[in-house]
Design a protein around this ligand. Structure first.
Ligand code: N01
Length: 552
């Protein structure tokens, strides 16, 4: 395929590929496309690269995957040369890294910032997408790649009176670029997921008073963040080939770590406590890898959950507050586990209070207070750490129309349907990076992003070599994949939680477990086998022969 040409009649810009989003997925996609000789244009609604790390600038924001692993592996020079300063990189450093990558690989010249993709319509005659962007321009592309991110549509909650609040209201997922100073203010924080749990200790240090409004108590493990030493950095750098291979092929979640060899009930109580203590003391997400059945067996899960509850009791001095902070509505890990620095200890501060809004939901937000059970909790500023319309929210904001004019939102009205998370039947030449039906949010995102981008890049080369015009998910393969994703999810404890994995945080959103829980290694093998079998399950057509099945 040669770079697409614009027809003089339409005088539109035309590309082989339009990529939506310039986060880690969009940037790497652009880099691969260019290297393969495809013409590509990236549209990014933000004013810079970095996606998640561009928007989430709230106090305390940092990644909960260790920085030496939450980084691109595609360039040996990059991974050898970039110096991460801490075990968990703070947001500003990850954003700096994203900007460094953009400069280093000269990506910016093909990225248009401050521009949303508003509509994409598939033209069945031309076998191409007609894309409308927010400056009003139309562009054409043979392929569209959605690199829109899974947690990029920040959600303002429907709480009565929120718009009447007179003070500033911030959402963690859309934080101002200028510093926010809470000194001397009474701050109300709504939401106790990863964002709320990371920001509370920092806000508490600045504010006159912090009131945390908690609907669901969450499990959180200490980060034990620290500066990285040269020795630690070199331990990774010298072993990157093996560490990356392990993360891609062996670890379920794409993170190189010691793997469990037994279930929680296979150990004596003393041995189990010792193991949990070692993981707690080390800190981080690998707490959940202490045993191999924590996500599968409720009795096993209870042992880990009870350990964390006991730590909360140890840390929090006030017994009533400690009790309220103990999660009891879901098995540990079935909502994304949080990683914190001094979250529970924050409630020992005299200027912090906790309000239970599960028993008594917020009645209303007034001009200067949050009213719960008839009591007005006066605040000067509000922080909404209320999460995202996850996995599908950002895709749903684009008016995507496939064959027969059917919209993707119509097709996904009862839950997202994809084959391998990569494509959806009826929407030819439209790829999704880390979409629903792929491991994505259950994994180290960069591992999953690189795998998807490489798979899509190989696929486009295959199509070019074979002279193929379109590719799309076959209906039968898609149905089988959706059933498989559901079946394995329901063999675990995950669907027991009202989580954003299930769409449960958005009123009216279908309750479907969206990510693929089989693990990144197994998933990668499935994708590779599908490709090796001539893209089995996908339908491909040649130019001039619409809908002729070439494979699948
Ligand atoms: O969002 P969340 P998040 N009234 O959806 C509550 C990643 N991440 O931004 O649980 C009152 O988890 C809601 O309550 P409930 C990570 O994957 C990573 O914190 O629905 N409360 C919950 O407490 C994470 O999982 C990092 O009952 C309302 C909170 O708001 C994902 O992003 C850092 C409410 C939302 O929690 C999302 O995390 C940050 C309402 N109307 C995020 N609506 C790291 O790498 C919602 N809530 C460290």
């Amino acid at each position: 395929m040669s770079p697409a040409q614009s027809s003089p009649a339409q005088a539109r810009e035309a590309y082989d590929v339009v990529v939506v989003g310039a986060g880690f997925a969009g940037m790497y996609m652009l880099h691969r496309l260019r290297g393969l000789g495809f013409s590509a244009r990236v549209y990014e609604q933000g004013g810079g690269v970095g996606g998640t790390w561009y928007w989430n600038r709230y106090p305390g924001a940092r990644c909960d995957v260790e920085s030496m692993q939450y980084s691109y592996s595609f360039s040996e020079e990059l991974q050898q040369e970039w110096d991460w300063s801490e075990r968990y990189a703070p947001q500003a450093e990850i954003l700096k890294y994203a900007n460094h990558v953009a400069d280093r690989f000269d990506l910016r010249r093909d990225i248009q910032f401050d521009t949303r993709v508003e509509r994409a319509v598939f033209d069945e005659q031309a076998n191409a997408w007609s894309v409308k962007i927010s400056d009003g321009k139309m562009v054409e592309a043979k392929f569209v790649v959605l690199a829109t991110g899974c947690l990029s549509n920040a959600r303002k909650p429907d709480i009565q009176g929120l718009d009447n609040f007179k003070g500033p209201v911030y959402h963690t997922g859309n934080w101002p670029h200028e510093p926010v100073d809470f000194a001397g203010l009474r701050v109300g924080l709504i939401g106790t997921g990863s964002s709320g749990i990371q920001s509370a200790p920092i806000i508490a240090e600045q504010a006159r008073h912090l009131t945390v409004f908690q609907r669901t108590a969450n499990f959180s493990i200490p980060a034990r963040n620290a500066a990285l030493t040269d020795e630690e950095r070199n331990a990774f750098r010298n072993n990157y080939p093996e560490i990356r291979r392990f993360a891609r092929e062996i670890a379920r979640n794409g993170i190189h770590a010691e793997q469990p060899d037994r279930g929680a009930l296979d150990d004596s109580e003393d041995a189990r406590r010792a193991k949990y203590k070692a993981r707690w003391d080390r800190g981080g997400l690998t707490f959940m890898s202490a045993y191999n059945n924590l996500g599968l067996d409720l009795a096993a899960n209870d042992t880990a959950a009870n350990y964390v509850r006991s730590k909360i009791t140890e840390i929090v001095k006030d017994a009533t507050t400690a009790k309220l902070l103990q999660p009891n509505s879901h098995p540990i890990g079935t909502k994304r586990i949080c990683i914190d620095t001094d979250y529970f200890a924050t409630f020992n501060r005299p200027n912090v209070s906790l309000v239970d809004i599960k028993t008594n939901p917020i009645e209303e937000i007034t001009a200067n207070a949050v009213r719960v059970a008839g009591t007005d909790h006066e605040v000067d500023a509000l922080v909404l750490a209320t999460g995202f319309d996850a996995m599908t929210g950002s895709v749903a904001r684009i008016d995507i129309r496939g064959r027969g004019g059917r919209t993707l939102n119509q097709k996904w009205a009862e839950g997202p349907k994809t084959y391998l998370g990569l494509m959806s039947a009826g929407f030819p030449n439209l790829f999704i990076i880390t979409g629903p039906g792929s491991p994505s949010v259950l994994s180290n995102m960069i591992v999953s992003i690189e795998q998807h981008v490489d798979w899509i890049a190989d696929c486009l080369v295959h199509m070019r070599q074979q002279g193929l015009a379109t590719m799309e998910a076959g209906g039968e393969a898609e149905d089988k994949w959706v059933a498989h994703v559901n079946e394995i999810a329901h063999g675990t404890l995950y669907p027991q939680a009202n989580s954003w994995y299930m769409g449960a945080n958005i009123p009216g959103k279908p309750r479907i477990f969206m990510p693929y829980i089989g693990g990144v290694g197994i998933y990668r093998r499935i994708c590779d086998e599908v490709a090796a079998k001539g893209y089995e399950g996908f339908v491909m057509t040649r130019a001039e022969q619409p809908r002729r099945v070439v494979t699948g």
